[in-house]
Design a protein around this ligand. Structure first.
Ligand code: ATP
Ligand code: ZN
Length: 296
């Protein structure tokens, strides 16, 4: 039984938006279950001492820095921007990249602007909601521009005449095209990550480690596949080499057969091309199964 004295962790995730579903299912896959409060902003962890705070993504870095929660799932774009604003880039540690919420922070210019290189934007006005990141990323590339900070609708700034170019998040590029903008250069690739404050109270460290181990299990399971196949004995070496991310497969004899069964966990993407190559090397009865959990 749990007592109230046992340390608990609070994890802040986005309440509703692009990251909410994936954040929730990631934690659920770690075996966490929650009792939802009426206002739905605080979910109490039922059989694991981890509670959830459901908030706007922009609030997560501040909550971590102020000690309101010990972990937060937020886009690297938001976390990096907040750190630059507050502490010159310090204060939060990215513990794990989570593989969802992928997007890029790109510099885009009006379609009809004849410009090939961002160096041509020296001294120009650039509209963005990410002033800190934009300044830092342009500086890295030797460009000093005038930043026009906007909280939204950045993509219409050039048409309105308030900026010469923009720096904004892009995933498909549809919004850019709809606004007659051309993506000139990707400045930063972002995805959701698990963040923590740089310092964590001593008594909470074991719990954080336990949660991270489960998280690692979920992440590597999602990337892994369990493969079973039959192969001629003499092809074992070649077939093992064809299985991506496999070092030590299990070899099992087959009754009344010169062939052998090979079982292995592939830790990298397994595509049709791989299966075709396996077949060409003599493999048959190839089965690929999802891996649900893994604990190294
Ligand atoms: P909130 O109400 O929580 O403030 P929001 O409108 O700021 O939500 P979303 O649009 O849900 O945020 O985006 C959350 C995060 O998703 C972004 O900060 C970014 O990391 C990621 N993301 C992925 N693709 C895109 C995209 N095409 N445009 C914007 N953000 C994206
Ligand atoms: Zn937001």
């Amino acid at each position: 039984m749990e007592t109230t004295k046992q340390p608990r962790l609070r994890v802040a995730i986005q309440k509703s938006g692009r990251l909410s579903e994936s954040s929730q299912s990631l934690l659920r896959n770690c075996g966490l279950r929650f009792a939802r409060s009426k206002d739905k902003l605080f979910w109490y962890g039922i059989d694991f001492p981890v509670d959830l705070l459901l908030v706007r993504d922009d609030d997560i870095p501040r909550m971590l820095l102020e000690g309101v929660c010990e972990l937060g799932i937020v886009g690297e774009n938001i976390a990096r921007e907040a750190m630059l604003e507050r502490n010159g880039g310090q204060g939060l540690t990215a513990l794990r990249q989570l593989g969802f919420g992928g997007c890029r922070l790109s510099l885009a210019v009006p379609e009809n602007l004849e410009i090939e290189d961002i160096s041509e934007l020296q001294g120009k006005r650039i509209a963005t909601s990410y002033p800190g990141l934009t300044r830092a990323l342009l500086k890295e590339r030797g460009v000093q521009a005038r930043i026009v900070e906007l909280s939204g609708s950045v993509e219409i700034a050039p048409a309105l005449g308030t900026a010469d170019a923009i720096v904004d998040l892009v995933s498909t590029g549809t919004t850019l095209r709809a606004n007659h903008l051309r993506e000139l250069q990707v400045l930063f690739e972002s995805q959701a990550a698990l963040y923590a404050p740089e310092a964590l109270a001593e008594e909470k460290i074991p719990l954080q480690k336990r949660l991270l181990a489960r998280l690692d299990g979920v992440i590597s399971a999602a990337e892994s596949k369990y493969v079973m196949l039959h192969a001629p004995r003499e092809a074992v070496e070649e077939i093992t080499e064809l299985l991506p991310g496999v070092e030590h497969p299990t070899l099992l004899p087959l009754e009344n057969s010169s062939r052998i069964a090979i079982h292995a966990v592939c830790r990298e993407g397994l595509f049709w091309e791989h299966l075709e190559a396996l077949k060409a090397a003599g493999a048959s009865a190839i089965l690929v199964l999802p891996v649900e959990k893994m604990l190294a």
